[in-house]
Write a protein of this length. Structure first.
Length: 282
């Protein structure tokens, strides 16, 4: 029995060591390299007029023009963690047909922009890009709407606190950065145990309520609109409904049968309707 007991004891210690190392490495990775989880990036190339802003020798950001540079009615679009601006081109084209110009942003590491997007600097990059757009176009803040997808909705909302556009229309909105990351980790078996870690302590967490608090008093219920899919499991509708209970000026629109990846397709007319309502306020 002793050899068997000794073997079991050694196996138990080995399992404990492997478990400790897994969670230790996972915690360090999240604390130091969370930017790589938050901003995935891609190498898709859009066939549009685009402007590259050089931040330094290793970092650039871009914005892509869809429509007429001389329009005063504009949309600034903030992409999600994967970018995927090409998926929104049909929506952008339909907005162009309504006389609305779209400026779609690309962060470092997205659409060929140099570098890696970082949470610590993304707000400053957004601010610089937005100011450049308004300086070099006919866009008027009173007839401009900020739009965003998934985590890009957080950037749209935070930028709205500084620039005060006519409205903010966003989709697939998470209740917090930590919640979004938790659900993303759970989609892969080898990352799922990482969701047991205190993510809100390991990363610089951002909560939807913190972003809404400074801007909600400035807008009516037609101007801060969240479009959410009823079948979204990445950013669940139920979590959002609970979070927004005390935010009566935020309009939440549910899109039937839509999930995280197709809500902007099934909810396209809703998107266009509320953008038009806000760009026509002047």
């Amino acid at each position: 029995m002793k050899p068997v007991f000794s073997l079991c004891n050694k196996l138990a210690k080995l399992v404990s060591l492997i478990t400790f190392l897994y969670f230790f490495i996972a915690a360090v990775t999240l604390a130091l390299f969370s930017d790589y989880f938050i901003f995935k990036g891609n190498d898709l190339t859009l066939k549009t007029e685009q402007k590259t802003l050089n931040i330094d020798d290793h970092t650039t950001t871009k914005y892509h023009l869809f429509g007429d540079l001389n329009n005063q009615q504009c949309v600034i679009f903030f992409p999600g963690r994967h970018g995927l601006l090409s998926h929104y081109q049909i929506l952008f084209t339909k907005l162009n047909q309504q006389g609305i110009t779209v400026y779609a942003l690309s962060y470092p590491g997205f659409e060929g922009a140099i570098g890696q997007a970082r949470q610590s600097s993304i707000t400053q990059l957004n601010d610089r890009t937005i100011r450049t757009i308004f300086k070099n176009s006919q866009c008027n803040l009173q007839t401009t709407v900020f739009t965003g997808r998934s985590l890009g909705s957080f950037l749209a909302l935070s930028s709205a606190a500084t620039h005060h556009p006519a409205g903010i229309i966003v989709d697939s909105v998470p209740v917090s950065l930590s919640d979004s990351m938790d659900r993303e980790l759970k989609t892969k078996w080898y990352l799922k145990p990482m969701s047991l870690l205190p993510l809100n302590l390991l990363i610089k967490n951002v909560r939807l309520t913190d972003l809404l608090a400074p801007i909600e008093p400035l807008y009516d219920q037609q101007s801060i609109v969240i479009i959410q899919g009823e079948s979204d499991v990445i950013t669940p509708l139920s979590s959002l409904q609970n979070t927004l209970k005390s935010y009566h000026r935020v309009k939440l629109i549910q899109i039937k049968k839509a999930d995280h990846s197709n809500v902007f397709i099934l909810g396209e007319q809703t998107y266009i309707e509320y953008i038009l309502r806000n760009v026509d306020k002047k």
